[in-house]
Design a protein around this ligand. Structure first.
Ligand code: SF4
Length: 774
């Protein structure tokens, strides 16, 4: 039987077998455009060109990567930001024709000697936030994109019918094809296309294909994620990793892209053609050995992946339960990593790119689906990861099987588990208060713990049902808050305080009430509350290593810059600090993991041939970070008002929350606010909630002052032209845009600091309690 005639059978893992006639599916494709390109060798980590596709005009072309572009933007997310800046307008919105969707690599992406070197960075203007959102993802697509000959893929315009984009290294062509008959949901579509485009009917051929897709949920919500496939030879299945945050899958489907396929012929450990392969091998081997020897006694990622965090978060009162009201729960042990370990298929290595000995990409194979269109079928569930378990806790779902069900459908429908889970948890709290009810939720009883209702809501969204609740609920917390307030159903302050979003993006899964620095780690960010900029809870709350505003500001400068660096280079953050050298605790700054920072200095130099220091790595990130903030300002955001966070992330909103941790909060009134014990005892809980409320809001604004000052921004959070020039930017359009904004803020009285500085530490301009005007 030839490949074209085969009926394919997916999965060897006890999963339901599907049969498709690949030939018939493919016969219905029409080629809309084809572009031939010349092969060119990757040199020192760079392909030195990017690929541009316009789906409105079917134009396909190459763009050159200049030395100046590398110097200013490094690669990955930096390249993505530069290409967006060159192509969109400040008025461009997520569904505008000129909005772009970018998938970028970095100079280290595709290396197989150093663990965690297969990440792509995806960017677009987000439907949730109306600013640029970046999201990182594993899987094979990023490395393959580079091996086909491109450092980044830039897609603009919209097709008029469902299309595929195929980037084929074998033929050196890029094609746009219609794809009318293929599935849309990712667990099936990735299988179909992997089999369709593999050169031969072998696992090795299928392994050379990677597919980016989203599903029906991405079409009908603002939570669309992009699924990046990697063919797993042992499971004989196309597995999925997600670029989850910010609705980028929604943009993919809005452009009518059914999938993007890359196909490579061959690659090896030196396909990146590093400048110094010996150093690269040495540094990589060192980390491999550390993971081999230390992971088991540290995070145990090789056995259970990131779910090892569930019990730690529960222990420290940081696991979000019932919409972040509490940080631990009596039933939490039901979803500890030990429970998922029983369900995970014990096959390693489980890396999402070759050479990742950390191998944290766990799966449950042969899972029997409980609800919806695939009810009764056996499937592979990729995950769950910690965040998805946190969503389970937040919705009060304490059965691992329901968490798997939620995980599977979010993935195949192309919906971000974090945004969906955090949003539904908020809807559940509103339901508990009677602000939402069965009638307002179109018949759904969305109370905490109702797993069937959660799944039914996901299915309704994926079906594109048009009732008012499904339509609004699928757009996320910010829209639902506005809807509830507009209808007059609830106290606006309560609604705003409980809805865990900032900038329009839903929070990821950590309770931050007792860590002011982590409140900043979520709020004083570029894209919104995602923990990939900074995770400071232990440094701040547990170890008390950053007690002053200046300390916290320094951490909120260094760690976001450091973590940004992974996204410039195509790296996974996990091998940096989810395994630590044996002597890390004895170093001067263990939180930075200095031994691994030094690895990264040597690693980047070994690939690129540069001669950078660890300080220059931070400078690379600082350029990108400030440039992205400037883009936010350009799009009418990126100021202090936009860095607002809901009070639920700062402290107890309700009397019940306060009373659940009364001893802790009373002690804070005594010690931090210097109130007298007799006075505290006379106060009602409502009064104590209010006192804490005012205090913590005030602390957050002081923190914002300190952080902006440290970052070299104005008191309204705007990077100054001087700062941008210092970082090497000379673009007149950019510099004058920032100056105009600063002038306008000056006129509006917004360029003044707010009282964080003591008499010894004088603020740069006159002191005004800025936030009181806010
Ligand atoms: S550490 Fe985990 S997520 Fe990161 S590259 Fe390795 S397998 Fe993928």
């Amino acid at each position: 039987m030839t490949k074209g005639q085969q009926t394919i059978q997916t999965y060897d893992s006890g999963n339901t077998k599907h049969k498709w006639d690949i030939k018939t599916l493919q016969q219905k494709h029409s080629i809309l455009a084809e572009y031939s390109y010349k092969h060119s060798r990757i040199e020192k980590g760079y392909a030195n060109r990017t690929l541009y596709i316009n789906l409105s005009t079917n134009e396909i072309k190459e763009k050159k990567v200049t030395e100046q572009m590398k110097k200013l933007f490094t690669g990955g997310r930096g390249f993505g930001l530069k290409l967006i800046w060159d192509s969109v307008k400040p008025t461009t919105r997520w569904d505008s024709e000129e909005n772009e969707l970018l998938i970028t690599t970095g100079p280290l992406c595709g290396v197989t000697q150093y663990p965690g070197s297969g990440k792509s960075l995806c960017l677009s203007i987000s439907p949730s936030t109306d600013i640029v959102c970046d999201s990182n993802v594993g899987g094979f697509f990023g490395p393959y994109l580079k091996f086909t000959g491109f450092d980044a893929l830039e897609i603009q315009g919209k097709a008029t019918e469902d299309v595929l984009i195929i980037i084929d290294e074998e033929k050196h062509t890029v094609r746009i094809e219609t794809a009318p008959l293929e599935e849309t949901n990712s667990h099936l579509l990735a299988e179909q296309l992997t089999h369709m485009y593999a050169s031969e009917d072998t696992d090795l051929s299928r392994q050379k294909i990677s597919v980016v897709s989203a599903g029906k949920g991405a079409e009908h919500s603002y939570w669309g994620c992009m699924n990046f496939s990697f063919y797993d030879i042992r499971r004989k299945a196309a597995r999925l990793k997600q670029a989850g945050r910010g609705g980028l899958g929604t943009v993919l489907r809005d452009k009518k892209i059914k999938a993007i396929v890359t196909k490579v012929t061959s690659f090896d450990g030196v396909s990146n053609h590093p400048a110094d392969p010996e150093t690269l091998a040495r540094v990589g081997t060192k980390l491999h050995e550390e993971i081999r020897d230390l992971d088991r006694s540290q995070c145990n990622m090789r056995a259970v992946g990131t779910v090892h965090l569930v019990e730690i978060m529960d222990d420290y009162d940081l696991l979000p339960t019932e919409n972040y009201r509490f940080g631990s729960f009596p039933k939490a042990s039901k979803i500890y990593s030990t429970e998922f370990f029983k369900l995970f298929t014990k096959i390693i290595p489980d890396g999402c790119w070759h050479g990742c000995t950390m191998a944290c990409a766990k799966t449950v194979d042969g899972y029997t689906v409980l609800t919806g269109p695939y009810k009764g079928q056996k499937v592979t569930v990729d995950g769950p990861e910690y965040e998805t378990c946190g969503c389970g806790a937040n919705m009060s779902l304490w059965d691992p099987l329901w968490i798997l069900e939620f995980n599977f459908y979010c993935d195949t429908y192309g919906m971000d588990t974090i945004s969906a889970g955090t949003a539904i948890a908020f809807y559940m709290e509103m339901y508990e208060y009677g602000i939402l009810n069965k009638e307002r939720c179109n018949g759904l009883e969305l109370c905490f713990g109702n797993a069937e209702a959660v799944m039914e809501l996901l299915h309704r969204i994926a079906r594109g049902e048009t009732d008012e609740f499904t339509q609004i609920a699928s757009k996320g917390i910010r829209r639902v808050k506005d809807w509830i307030i507009e209808k007059g159903w609830g106290d606006p302050q309560l609604v705003n305080d409980c809805g865990m979003e900032s900038k329009g993006l839903e929070y990821s899964e950590y309770v931050t009430k007792e860590s002011l620095a982590m409140q900043g780690g979520y709020g004083l960010t570029l894209k919104g509350p995602q923990h990939d900029e900074a995770w400071l809870i232990f440094m701040d709350m547990v170890n008390n290593q950053i007690p002053t505003f200046a300390d916290k500001a320094e951490a909120l400068h260094y760690f976001p810059m450091w973590r940004t660096w992974f996204g410039l280079n195509g790296l996974c953050k996990l091998p940096w600090n989810d395994v630590e050298p044996a002597d890390n605790a004895e170093t001067d700054e263990p939180a930075k993991v200095p031994g691994h920072v030094q690895n990264y200095v040597e690693y980047q130099n070994a690939v690129t041939g540069w001669n950078v220091t660890k300080e220059e790595l931070i400078l690379q990130s600082e350029r990108c970070y400030n440039f992205q903030r400037a883009l936010n300002v350009w799009m009418g955001r990126g100021t202090r008002t936009d860095d607002w966070i809901p009070y639920r992330s700062m402290g107890p909103v309700t009397v019940m929350e306060y009373q659940s941790r009364q001893e802790r909060y009373d002690l804070q009134l005594l010690e931090n606010l210097k109130m007298k014990k007799e006075k505290i005892d006379q106060l009602s809980t409502e009064e104590k909630v209010q006192i804490l409320y005012d205090h913590r809001q005030n602390q957050y604004q002081k923190l914002a002052d300190a952080v902006y000052y440290r970052r070299g921004w104005t008191p309204n959070g705007v990077p100054t032209p001087q700062k941008m020039k210092q970082l090497g930017f000379t673009d007149k359009k950019l510099l004058s845009m920032l100056q105009k904004k600063i002038d306008a803020d000056e006129k509006a009285g917004l360029n003044v600091w707010g009282g964080v500085y003591s008499k010894q530490e004088k603020p740069p301009t006159k002191t005004l309690r800025y936030w009181e005007k806010w």
